[in-house]
Design a protein. Structure first.
Length: 227
């Protein structure tokens, strides 16, 4: 017999005096949620910035749904994707969660970023956002909380060649942005430079650190914010 806990009458996240009191599931209106598992890829949903138009973004075979981003072969060639429509904004009193799982073919000779940013053709040098970033020549990943080109940062971990890493952050709605790597919660960054005056969008980018084509594989991206 299955050990699954069963709630045949439903579960709710609202008060008994609300219009959704009898709804047998959590009310989806409580959170603004974005979930991309890359079972499908629609190019029109993304603003793509490429140094060379020969770069590609396409689904690839793999369990769980995968997007493969393949760069061209010159040093500093960039390919970046940002979801069309800036639909998230940090706000006091509203918690926000972000998580992405991805890997790169070369963890040293690649620049990369993933997180929430303003729409910008230079996502590796963006002025506003909360995002993870890694410079070429190093495997170290940094969390940046940045507003008007001033950032608070924390070193969060290291990447390895062709090895998936899960990067997550959580804004508590008050004073800090916590981070986690592969499900393990680390430290936190103060909200001194929280970009709370800009709408932001899901963003990720790959740039070569040498004249060799690199790839990034993205498994999923999740964002949720309290309404």
């Amino acid at each position: 017999m299955s050990s699954t806990t069963r709630f045949p009458n439903g579960v709710t996240n609202v008060g008994e005096d609300t219009i959704f009191a009898a709804l047998g599931q959590p009310a989806p209106t409580k959170f603004h949620t974005y979930w991309e598992d890359f079972d499908y890829y629609t190019a029109g949903n993304w603003t793509v910035t490429e140094t060379d138009s020969a770069a590609t973004q396409a689904l690839t075979d793999g369990d769980g749904g995968l997007l493969l981003v393949t760069n061209t072969a010159a040093d500093d060639d960039l390919v970046a994707l940002q979801k069309v429509g800036e639909s998230f904004r940090f706000a006091a009193g509203k918690k926000l969660w972000f998580e992405a799982r991805l890997k790169v073919s070369d963890a040293t000779q690649s620049d990369l970023t993933v997180g929430l940013q303003i729409t910008d053709t230079s996502p590796l040098d963006v002025t506003d956002g909360v995002f993870f970033i890694k410079a070429d020549g190093s495997t170290a990943v940094t969390l940046r909380v940045e507003k008007n080109n001033t950032a608070s940062t924390a070193s969060v971990g290291n990447m390895a060649d062709d090895t998936f890493i899960t990067l997550a952050f959580y804004y508590d709605g008050v004073s800090q942005v916590q981070y986690a790597v592969n499900g393990v919660v680390g430290g936190a960054v103060a909200t001194t430079n929280l970009p709370d005056d800009e709408d932001l969008t899901v963003s990720f980018a790959l740039q070569n650190g040498e004249a060799v084509a690199k790839t990034m594989t993205v498994d999923y991206i999740f964002v949720a914010k309290e309404r």
